[in-house]
Design a protein around this ligand. Structure first.
Ligand SMILES: [Zn+2]
Ligand SMILES: [Zn+2]
Length: 287
């Protein structure tokens, strides 16, 4: 059995093993050497964050039984998408697909911060008053559905090999859990890894309550996009231990830590002057 066949036939087992494996390793690491003290109970966060993750995977499976793999197989069978149209060596197609899909995820992440109605959905991810391995998979159900649709559209245009889609989804899931973890790598290792991938210290800055810090480090896997597009930030002003995690105005535990609060959070509050709606420069903005 070659590598492709192995991935295709064991796809579900691979997915679950990576999810459970990353959760176990990072979860243990957080207990042994936490980067920051948690502000709320770990039991409540795990039950509610993971509860939302299970609810989402159930709904997604119900809505899109064929999932991204089904769309990729369909595109391949019909010759749809750039990589199915041109004669590209298989391995090149796999690598290009994984990198291209990561770039789309980066753009999608910038988009959900910039467009006010999408920020309402995405703020469920940011409202978490702490970040740990479970935050990496905590997204509002509608944002997950929207992500799926964007992914389907990407696949139809790109025509990635089915295996590339599986590799990307497994990697994204494991990497998101890794870089949301409440852990710290040795400084030198963190610096070296950051030339290629997003580390926990790099992504934590994105969860700051400070708007300018939250509007930086949008990458989930590869760290190049933030560097290339000018959204990279090295360290939080308050330091990793001193910075505040979460979002302004939303800090009631029932809103931000409990599953019913997370599901209704996008529908709360007035249309804010967030990001693109904020059309006037504040004091001190010179660029
Ligand atoms: Zn974000
Ligand atoms: Zn995040």
């Amino acid at each position: 059995m070659d590598f492709n066949e192995f991935i295709m036939t064991n796809e579900k087992v691979i997915r679950i093993s990576f999810f459970v494996g990353t959760l176990a390793i990072m979860g243990l690491w957080e207990i042994v050497a936490p980067r920051r003290a948690l502000t709320a109970s770990k039991a409540i966060r795990w039950v509610n964050n993971l509860g939302l993750v299970f609810l989402n995977s159930f709904i997604v499976r119900f809505l899109f039984p064929a999932a991204a793999i089904g769309v990729a197989s369909f595109a391949a069978a019909n010759g749809w998408g750039l990589l199915n149209y041109y004669e590209v060596p298989y391995i090149v197609a796999v690598v290009v697909s994984v990198i291209a899909m990561d770039f789309i995820i980066y753009l999608q992440h910038v988009l959900v911060h910039a467009v006010p109605i999408l920020w309402r959905l995405h703020r469920v991810h940011h409202a978490d008053p702490d970040i740990d391995v479970t935050t990496g998979a905590r997204f509002h159900t509608i944002e997950i559905i929207l992500s799926m649709l964007i992914k389907f559209a990407t696949i139809v245009v790109l025509g990635p090999p089915v295996v590339a889609v599986i590799i990307f989804e497994v990697l994204l899931n494991a990497m998101a859990m890794f870089n949301h973890s409440n852990v710290g790598l040795p400084k030198t290792l963190d610096t070296i890894l950051r030339f290629f991938i997003v580390t926990p210290d790099m992504h934590r800055i994105h969860h700051s309550v400070e708007d300018d810090e939250a509007n930086s480090n949008f990458g989930f896997n590869i760290s190049w996009w933030d560097r290339l597009f000018g959204t990279y930030r090295d360290q939080p002003r308050g330091g990793h231990k001193g910075m505040t995690i979460g979002i302004h105005k939303f800090n009631k535990p029932s809103d931000v830590s409990w599953i019913h609060g997370m599901l209704t959070l996008p529908f709360k509050g007035k249309i804010s002057s967030y990001a693109i709606n904020r059309r006037q420069w504040g004091d001190g903005d010179s660029e």
